[in-house]
Design a protein around this ligand. Structure first.
Ligand SMILES: CC(C)(COP(=O)(O)OP(=O)(O)OC[C@H]1O[C@@H](n2cnc3c(N)ncnc32)[C@H](O)[C@@H]1OP(=O)(O)O)[C@@H](O)C(=O)NCCC(=O)NCCS
Length: 406
């Protein structure tokens, strides 16, 4: 069966459980009720589910979380957060996913969402659909035995948090961090439920139940601990799920807490910003093994809305010729930034740069420099110095950061 001939359909609310079982099946995960029902419950509102079916079986599935994402300067715009993309093993490489993706992007435009976003488990897949890296991020594997804090704070500030306390105050802290960071995705209420309250044993990967700690009103962290003994010596590991704080003392206290857990020797964490605090808190940087984490990918669907809604530190004008075979961002756009704000309009004037829509994402959210893309031939200057001018115009105060995957 040609997958491209299958028509994607929106999944009815009554079918969310078979949809969720298909998602887990296609990711090789458990289809048991305990592993499927919690997230059906959590995402039953503000979630658009798509599937394609053939002979009564699910050939492919894709979900969209209706959320928002921050722009440089703190404003938020609607985001179609694409998730749960999977295709049955026997139906792969026949265009099933391509059909689902095209349908969900069209629907995003109908919903007035100027951006779609995703985390990719296979990085090579999504450029062809116009997704580009918006927030490069890093992962750490920390050798806890080498960690010394340069200027320790009193980590008795850190307290255990009940799920009720976490629900009451953590979303507000998350929003404060998002306002300071571009490309920071808001958490859907269901994601808070899944990240705080729901914790079926099948989700723990052999580690402990999730631990919740906080510096009340200032920061929080959640993590799991996996017990391990090397002979008789303790060699457990911490899987840090999320850590953020609104002030330096609270942030240092939380890092000290997770890097000082008895019976563990390593701490692993992903989805950290490239300008993170941790490397500056410790005296021996060789305690950190830093690797590239999966970045947040965004797909710009409405160029004028995104470019005229973000804030700018610099002033200036650029003419961007954006290449987008799908058409959504295609065109020549004049960006003019002055004291009165930013305007982005279609233009016939000569372009100063030409770039594919994937490259536009990186420079608009400040995670990637136009001069780096020019050096990599992912952006062509039509006027000498235009890439450096864009770097100046589009510079951001803090690196983009989305605190966790969706
Ligand atoms: C990844 C997955 C969803 C792709 O679905 P699919 O229906 O086979 O994809 P399509 O046939 O529609 O492929 C569309 C394009 O993507 C490419 N592509 C698909 N999977 C790819 C992969 N793993 N790596 C690189 N390219 C890939 C195809 O070659 C095709 O390219 P083309 O446009 O040049 O023809 C499917 O293989 C799958 O379910 N994998 C397991 C779950 C998973 O990894 N999900 C992705 C989460 S990010």
């Amino acid at each position: 069966m040609d997958g491209a001939a299958l028509r994607p359909e929106r999944v009815a609310d009554d079918d969310l459980v078979p949809f969720a079982r298909a998602v887990n099946r296609h990711f090789y995960n458990s289809e048991a009720d305990d592993d499927v029902l919690p997230w059906v419950e959590a995402l039953s509102t503000g979630y658009r589910a798509w599937w394609t079916r053939t002979d009564g079986r699910v050939a492919g599935n894709l979900g969209v979380i209706e959320t928002t994402v921050s722009l440089p300067g703190g404003g938020d715009v609607p985001l179609a957060a694409v998730t749960a993309v999977g295709v049955a093993q026997t139906m792969r490489r026949r265009g099933v996913m391509a059909g689902l993706m095209a349908a969900c992007l069209e629907e995003a435009v109908d919903h007035d969402e100027p951006l779609a976003g995703l985390f990719a488990s296979e990085a090579a897949i999504y450029g062809r659909f116009g997704f580009g890296v918006a927030a490069p991020q890093v992962s750490y594997r920390v050798d806890r035995t080498r960690v010394r804090f340069v200027d320790p704070v009193d980590d008795r500030l850190v307290q255990e948090a009940t799920p009720e306390q976490a629900h009451a105050t953590w979303p507000r802290l998350h929003d404060r961090i998002r306002a300071e960071r571009p490309a920071s995705v808001a958490k859907h209420p269901g994601q808070w439920m899944l990240g705080i309250t729901r914790d079926p044993p099948g989700w723990r990967g052999g580690a402990s139940a999730r631990r919740l700690v906080e510096v009340p009103g200032r920061g929080y962290a959640s993590y799991r601990v996996k017990e391990h003994f090397d002979g008789l010596l303790p060699a457990g590991s911490v899987r840090l799920l999320e850590l953020l704080a609104t002030d330096p003392e609270a942030e240092a206290a939380l890092w000290q807490h997770v890097l000082d857990l008895d019976l563990t020797t390593t701490v692993e964490v992903s989805f950290r910003p490239v300008d993170d605090t941790l490397p500056h808190l410790i005296s021996d940087r060789h305690a950190l093994r830093v690797t590239e984490a999966p970045p947040l990918y965004l797909r710009i669907l409405d160029v004028p809305r995104i470019l005229s809604s973000r804030a700018y530190r610099g002033r200036g004008t650029a003419v961007l010729e954006v290449v987008d075979p799908a058409g959504y961002a295609q065109g020549r756009w004049r960006l003019e930034v002055d004291e009165g704000g930013a305007a982005c309009t279609p233009t016939d004037r000569p372009a100063t740069v030409v770039l594919p829509v994937q490259s536009l994402t990186g420079i608009v959210f400040g995670g990637i420099r136009a001069t780096s893309l020019a050096a990599a031939r992912q952006l062509a200057e039509r006027r000498p110095g235009a890439a450096a001018e864009l770097d100046h115009l589009l510079a951001v105060d803090r690196a983009p950061w989305t605190t966790m995957e969706f």
